[in-house]
Design a protein around this ligand. Structure first.
Ligand code: SF4
Length: 317
């Protein structure tokens, strides 16, 4: 069953007189008990999408479309209502714990504060709950009175998981949860997050540029490029038989697949190419690709692709 449905989402900024089209025509659903990966290169609009869901975009942003959660369009809710949803219904692990954690509060206080703010409970009770969260993410509660700078990168990431899960939300949005971690710590954080999300029957939107992480965690994967979704499919399908030329190139750029760089660079979100946004870099481009904009089409079941190489009801499987 669908838990959260994004319909035709557009997010536009005005940056010194130029319109930044950060998200365009995004349609995406997060199902119950699902870990959905949102992958793409840095700057493609993934983080903006995560922040749009929880209403954490700056005020000079124009948003169109709908984000439906439990029958309500989150984009029409007041800030007061969104504050109740943030953390409680939709949890967030923000990017980069070194910046997201408050350096002048102890890590224990930062988790306890979540309970005090949302549940209005006293200091002692909040501290007990914070200690339980410490245990859950594998940190000795004796370390609750330490400050973020006393924690390693992996430990700080565990604190972020604890904050994201503290109120037992239905959905967790995790933005690049493994950036800056070495490969063994990355694996531990990925496994811990997946285990906690799955054991609590939660859903998760994992925002990452790291395909290996997405492969390890996700049920389905959505691929974003220049503010648009290019392909949505089960993780198995996308990783074994990617349809979109960009997805194929992304996979070929992995070290274990030959580390082939994708030629050219992503377009600026202020001057997007006409037609297919990937056409200047695509090895399969043909005349129509630079003239017409491809629509997202269904290829099989809930899999989708945006490319003229595929037509509705053809090339399924
Ligand atoms: Fe390449 Fe054309 Fe498909 Fe775009 S629509 S990915 S340019 S083949």
């Amino acid at each position: 069953m669908t838990l959260l449905k994004i319909e035709d989402l557009g997010v536009y900024f005005n940056a010194r007189g130029r319109i930044v089209k950060a998200n365009n025509g995004v349609d995406l659903e997060i199902e119950e008990n699902e870990i959905l990966g949102l992958i793409g290169e840095t700057g493609c609009g993934k983080t903006i999408l995560g922040r749009a869901i929880i209403g954490l975009l700056s005020e000079n942003v124009e948003i169109k479309g709908k984000i439906i959660y439990r029958g309500e369009n989150l984009l029409t809710l007041s800030e007061d209502k969104m504050r109740q949803i943030r953390g409680k219904e939709i949890g967030m692990m923000l990017q980069n714990p070194s910046i997201s954690l408050n350096p002048v509060l102890t890590v224990g206080e930062q988790i306890a504060e979540v309970y005090r703010y949302h549940e209005g409970i006293g200091k002692e009770e909040a501290r007990k709950k914070a200690a339980d969260m410490f245990k859950l993410v594998g940190i000795d509660p004796k370390r609750m009175d330490e400050y973020p700078h006393q924690f390693s990168g992996g430990m700080k990431q565990r604190v972020m998981i604890a904050i994201g899960l503290a109120l037992n939300p239905r959905i967790l949005i995790a933005d690049e949860p493994t950036t800056g971690l070495d490969s063994s710590m990355k694996k531990k954080i990925v496994d811990l997050t997946s285990e906690l999300v799955r054991s609590r029957n939660m859903s998760m939107l994992l925002i990452t540029h790291d395909l290996e992480v997405a492969k390890r965690m996700c049920d389905r994967i959505a691929v974003m490029y220049a503010g648009e979704l290019f392909e949505i499919a089960s993780a198995d399908k996308i990783l074994s038989k990617p349809k979109h030329p960009y997805t194929q190139d992304l996979l070929d750029s992995l070290p274990r697949r030959g580390l082939k760089p994708i030629p050219g660079a992503s377009p600026s979100l202020t001057s997007l190419p006409a037609g297919c946004r990937f056409h200047p870099r695509c090895r399969y481009k043909r005349d129509e690709c630079s003239e017409k904009h491809p629509e997202m089409i269904e290829t099989e079941g809930k899999n989708h692709v945006r490319c003229f190489l595929y037509k509705n009801d053809e090339n399924k499987g």
